[in-house]
Design a protein around this ligand. Structure first.
Ligand code: GLN
Length: 318
């Protein structure tokens, strides 16, 4: 493999096949477990605060087949904002490029729920992976399909090969009860003419897809579509769109920590306040990690470190 031609920090697929992946994931788990109590479990959605910070799971799906899972990688957790990337993929499929008329694709450099830029930029959210942008994307999908939340779940069940996948009703009710900031966002979007449905309806669907409960294995499977053209056929078949989704993930997937994450890990990724991070190495693998304790920007402390260790280790395997 010509390392110079490889713009990705990881080894090529052939080199990846020589790696003892079970052993690597076990070593990573051992190294990051001590970090699990370093951050804070999200508490602004009270139902999330009940999750133990001692959970840690990781799952990787290799291009062409092969799946490795460690720790609590089969335990469902609240996917929260990881859902935003799937929603974007579904919107590109259903609506196409027109979605970009309502939402931008620039990093915001602000927290995921900030309203500052939304006011300055007249109700057009910076990107689809922060709350205002995701609410707009959900609204657009809801306009096409009134039962969008159920349809979302159906698509995720298929992509994750998980027929039992469900919403966590307690998390949903908890976020709905404590979702005033998102409510303010939706009403602001409505006032600026960038919300078609009633704010309660758009938020209902948004809270629902955030409340989907999935394991690392299921999310890594659902993320296979981002590996490349012949992977994960259930979502967004166009290679062109898949590449573009990865571009948005790289620049916006970890909010105002996207630059630091790019430096440390170097993969397109999407995080959520449930402590999950889904990342992809195009052409090679999709990987999901879960550890509920978050840093101040809302990203999993142990999860990001685990991904940094993974890419460091695979870099050396070429
Ligand atoms: N449902 C959460 C919210 O709207 C998602 C945030 C996140 O995961 N960063 O605040």
């Amino acid at each position: 493999m010509d390392a110079g031609a490889n713009t990705n920090p990881d080894a090529g697929l052939a080199a990846l096949e020589r790696v003892d992946m079970s052993d690597l994931l076990t070593r990573i788990e051992r190294q990051v477990r001590p970090l699990c109590r370093r951050g804070q479990v999200a508490s602004y959605i009270p139902a999330l605060a009940r999750v133990s910070p001692d959970k840690f799971g990781m799952a990787i799906c290799i291009a062409g087949g092969g799946e490795y899972v460690v720790g609590d990688g089969d335990e469902p957790f609240s996917i929260q904002s990881v859902s935003k990337l799937f929603n974007l993929a579904f919107a590109l499929e259903e609506i196409g490029e027109d979605i970009w008329g309502r939402v931008g694709r620039e990093p915001s450099g602000m927290s995921f729920n900030s309203l500052i830029l939304l006011e300055q930029e007249n109700g057009v959210p910076r990107n689809p992976l922060i709350n205002p942008g995701a609410i707009v994307v959900t609204d657009a999908l809801l306009s096409r399909q009134p039962d969008w939340a159920e349809a979302f779940l159906g698509r995720m069940r298929q992509a994750a090969e998980a027929p039992g996948l469900a919403f966590d009703e307690e998390v949903f009710a908890s976020e709905e009860r404590h979702g005033d900031l998102n409510r303010a966002t939706a009403w602001f979007l409505k006032a600026k003419g960038n919300l078609i449905n009633h704010p309660d309806a758009a938020l209902g669907a948004y809270f629902r897809h955030c409340s989907a409960a999935m394991s690392c294995r299921e999310l890594a499977r659902a993320g296979r579509f981002l590996i490349g053209p012949s992977e994960g056929e259930e979502i967004c078949r166009s290679p062109h769109q898949r590449r573009r989704i990865c571009a948005v993930m790289r620049t916006c997937g970890l909010y105002d920590a996207a630059g630091d994450f790019a430096y440390r890990v170097g993969l397109p990724a999407k995080s959520g306040v449930g402590g999950g991070v889904l990342a992809v190495s195009p052409g090679r693998y999709s990987v999901c990690v879960w550890s509920p304790a978050l840093d101040v920007k809302g990203n999993s402390v142990a999860g990001v470190e685990a991904l940094a260790l993974l890419t460091d280790a695979l870099e050396g395997a070429s």
